[in-house]
Structure formats: structure tokens, C-alpha cells
Write a protein that binds this ligand. Structure first.
Ligand SMILES: NC(=O)c1ccc[n+]([C@@H]2O[C@H](COP(=O)([O-])OP(=O)(O)OC[C@H]3O[C@@H](n4cnc5c(N)ncnc54)[C@H](OP(=O)(O)O)[C@@H]3O)[C@@H](O)[C@H]2O)c1
Length: 382
């Protein structure tokens, strides 16, 4: 594939992980339109080495471990912050997990880059602040997640004032939630795969089951696109095809449909505002799907959803505390120290005990998250 314009130069942080590898595969299928100039990982240096040999970036970085191989020709090892802010980079794709995602996203936004962020928690915790900063530096933020990027697509060329309501969908709903045991510390059968068409990590599965993912997506749409929280709605849609429906003041509705394949949101964010062809991405087939159905969610079955939305409404460091308490509660659940239905109780206690601080900088976020982790740990020891 050839292009008249210069290739988009991307740095992929977390390139060795599942999302990072998808990003690289999309970059490869986009040929001359995209050039990978930076790669960074946590500690999987073997895979990072293979990727360096294949993609030939000029910069590479890693968080842990020691590089034992010969350094491939043409690559310079740098810190992740130096990579994402380098003048050689047009777009930073943050596909890593953990707090480094916030650091890398923040640095890239400060440097005025295009920034695609896979770790949706980062945007839940600091979306408003990052969006404000992006306006100052000229950066643009792309949430690498189906439903928020679906909403973003419906908003192209529209103003937030013309939006009456945004609806996002969930493939996990009341039916599945009712099947979950009320008590017990075992991972209930079926909970590992709320979205069977895609392999998702354990935390993401649990977040999908508690609707924490949906709450964070709602908060992200609110923070990035200025849509009031009360105008964002979530419906159960078992087919998982319609991601977003945006209704405008004049009664018309725009919708975004994607097949369950992360390559679609990845390609959207890399290509924007272009519509490059990609033969590797399957098409939406409405006739094969047959029927599309939508149902309301019984919100009382999903207490985590309401806690996370309330925290987003309160702002300041509340979302950081809820996100960190959720992470800590999920770790306790996975290690069978608490039951599934204890997860919202643990998060709620942390949110209620928290004394919020203004969300000024990374330090206030990290402090709030550390506090929440310690608080949740303390609840189990007592
Ligand atoms: N996978 C998906 O389809 C998908 C879809 C939507 C959103 N997401 C979100 O995207 C994020 C990544 O998901 P994933 O499934 O790709 O996770 P994953 O497979 O566990 O990959 C995590 C990546 O982060 C890297 N990493 C860990 N610590 C790091 C550090 N300190 N500095 C730099 N990189 C570090 C890992 O490197 P090493 O392996 O080298 O240690 C790895 O490359 C998550 O927040 C997830 O919720 C994922």
C-alpha cells in the first residue's frame, strides 16, 4: 500500500502484550501509511527483541530486566518518557497495564502528540485533566476501546450541545448477573468470558461482569466529549455489534457498529481522519447476525457501576480511589479472600472513607491510589 503523505510515526508502549501485538499487526497491514519508530515493554525482552528485529524502530525501552542480547543496529534504548515525547513520534499508543500507562500518556499529551490509550482506567482516573491538558498542548486523545471510540465516531463533525443522549452497549446484562452466585469466593463458571469472541484478561472479565468497565467508559465519554453523565445510557445488547448510538436534538440517531475485533478501534485511531483499507479486518454482516436486541439493565444488580459513576460525578481524586480499590478488591477475589459480592462493598467503604484532594497533578493521583490500596488491604487483615 502506498500513500502520498508521510507515514504516521508511532511508538507502541506495552508492545509485547496482547493489545500491543494487535497494534503492531494493524501497523503492519497498513503498510507505508504507518511506521513503527518506538517500542517499549515491561520485562518480556525476548519478545521485544523479536519485535525490534521485525519493525526496526529507532527507539526502544523497557521497564524491568537487563538487555543481554547484542543491541540491534539502528536502535537506541531510551526511557519510555523520552520515547513518547520524541520529535520522531507523531502518535504514542499506550497499550501497557498499570500506573506507567498514566505516566506515559501524560508525558505524550504534554508533548502535544496524538495519543491512543488502551488502559481505560487511566482515562477514568484523569480523563478530564488529560483532556484539558490536551487542549493546551494540541494533543489529541483516542480511547482504544470499542464503545467510547464508537461514540467518538458518531460525534465526528457534531457539537456536544447538539447531542440529546448517548447510548453504549454491554454484552453482559441482567440475565448473566442473575446467574452469578450471591456468595462464595470461587470464580463463577462463565464469568471468564463475558465477551466470548475475544480473549480478555481476568481483571477485564471481572470488570465486565460488575459493569465497572461500562461505568469507566461512561465517565470517559463524559470527560473527553463533554456529554453530561445523566445523558449517557447503557443497554444490554447480547450480539455485541452496535457499540454506540448517539441521538441528536433533531431526533436523528447515528450509530457505530463494529465486529468484536480490537483491530477496528486500533485502525480507527491510527488512520483518523483517513479511511484506509485493511483486507485483514472482517466486515459487519447484518444478515448473518439476523436479529439485534436491546434490553435495559437492572442497575441494582450492578452496584459497582453506580459507585464508579458517583465517583466520576464527584470528581477530584474519587475516581482514582475507586479504580485502585477495585483493582485491590479484584486481587482479593482472585486469591479467594473475598466473595464476588464483596467487591462493591470493599470499594464503597474505600470511597466513603476517602478525603478527596483536588486533581492537580500525577502526585495527587498516585497518593490517592496508594491510600485506597492500603485501605482495602487493611479491611481484610481486620
Ligand atoms: N487486550 C485487549 O484486547 C484490550 C482491549 C481493550 C483494552 N485493553 C486494555 O489495554 C491494556 C493492556 O491490555 P493487554 O491485554 O494488552 O495486557 P497484557 O497482555 O498484560 O500486556 C501488558 C503490556 O504492558 C507491558 N508493561 C507492563 N508493565 C510495564 C511498564 N512498567 N512499562 C511499560 N510496559 C509495561 C507488558 O510488558 P511485558 O509483557 O514485557 O512485561 C505488556 O506489553 C489494559 O489496560 C487492557 O484493559 C486491552
Amino acid at each position: 500500500m502506498t500513500t502520498d503523505s508521510a507515514p504516521l510515526r508511532i511508538a507502541v508502549i506495552g508492545s509485547t502484550g496482547s493489545l500491543g501485538q494487535i497494534v503492531l499487526s494493524v501497523a503492519r497491514s497498513l503498510g507505508d501509511n504507518v511506521r513503527v519508530v518506538g517500542l517499549a515493554a515491561g520485562s518480556n525482552l525476548e519478545r521485544l527483541g523479536e519485535q525490534i528485529r521485525e519493525y526496526k524502530p529507532t527507539m526502544a525501552g523497557f521497564a524491568r530486566g537487563r538487555w543481554r542480547d547484542e543491541v540491534p543496529e539502528g536502535v537506541e534504548f531510551k526511557s519510555i518518557n523520552d520515547i513518547v515525547s520524541s520529535p520522531e513520534v507523531d502518535m504514542a499508543v499506550i497499550a501497557s497495564v498499570g500506573r506507567n500507562s498514566l505516566e506515559a500518556a501524560w508525558t505524550a499529551i504534554d508533548a502535544g502528540k496524538r495519543v491512543a490509550i488502551g488502559n481505560i482506567d487511566t482515562l477514568y482516573i484523569a480523563g478530564e485533566l488529560l483532556a484539558r491538558r490536551a487542549k493546551e498542548t494540541g494533543a489529541s486523545i483516542f480511547p482504544l476501546d470499542d464503545e467510547p471510540i464508537g461514540v467518538w465516531q458518531t460525534l465526528w463533525g457534531e457539537s456536544p450541545e447538539s447531542v440529546r443522549q448517548v447510548t453504549m452497549t454491554s454484552t453482559w446484562g441482567t440475565v448473566q448477573a442473575r446467574r452469578l452466585p450471591r456468595h462464595g469466593t470461587q470464580m463463577p463458571a462463565g464469568m471468564e468470558t463475558p465477551r466470548p469472541a475475544r480473549a480478555v484478561g481476568r481483571k477485564r472479565s471481572i470488570d465486565a461482569s460488575t459493569l465497572m468497565v461500562k461505568a469507566t467508559q461512561v465517565a470517559v465519554v463524559n470527560a473527553l466529549y463533554d456529554i453530561p453523565l445523566e445523558n449517557i445510557n447503557v443497554l444490554f445488547h447480547p450480539q455485541g455489534l452496535v457499540r454506540a448510538l448517539t441521538e441528536f436534538n433533531d431526533g436523528s440517531v447515528k450509530s457505530a457498529l463494529f465486529i468484536p475485533d480490537m483491530r477496528v478501534p486500533v485502525q480507527l485511531s491510527l488512520a483518523y481522519p483517513n479511511r484506509w483499507a485493511n483486507a485483514e479486518i472482517n466486515r459487519v454482516d447484518l444478515l448473518a447476525e439476523g436479529r439485534l436486541s436491546f434490553e435495559p439493565l437492572e442497575h441494582e444488580l450492578f452496584p459497582c457501576y453506580q459507585i464508579a459513576i458517583d465517583a466520576a460525578r464527584q470528581g477530584d481524586t474519587y475516581p482514582a480511589v475507586v479504580a485502585a480499590a477495585n483493582d485491590a478488591a479484584i486481587e482479593l477475589f482472585i486469591s479467594q479472600q473475598i466473595g464476588f459480592t464483596d467487591i462493591p462493598k470493599v470499594i464503597d467503604r474505600a470511597a466513603n472513607a476517602h478525603r478527596p484532594q483536588p486533581l492537580d497533578d500525577r502526585a495527587s493521583i498516585i497518593e490517592a491510589m496508594d491510600w485506597a490500596k492500603t485501605f482495602v488491604g487493611g479491611q481484610v487483615q481486620d
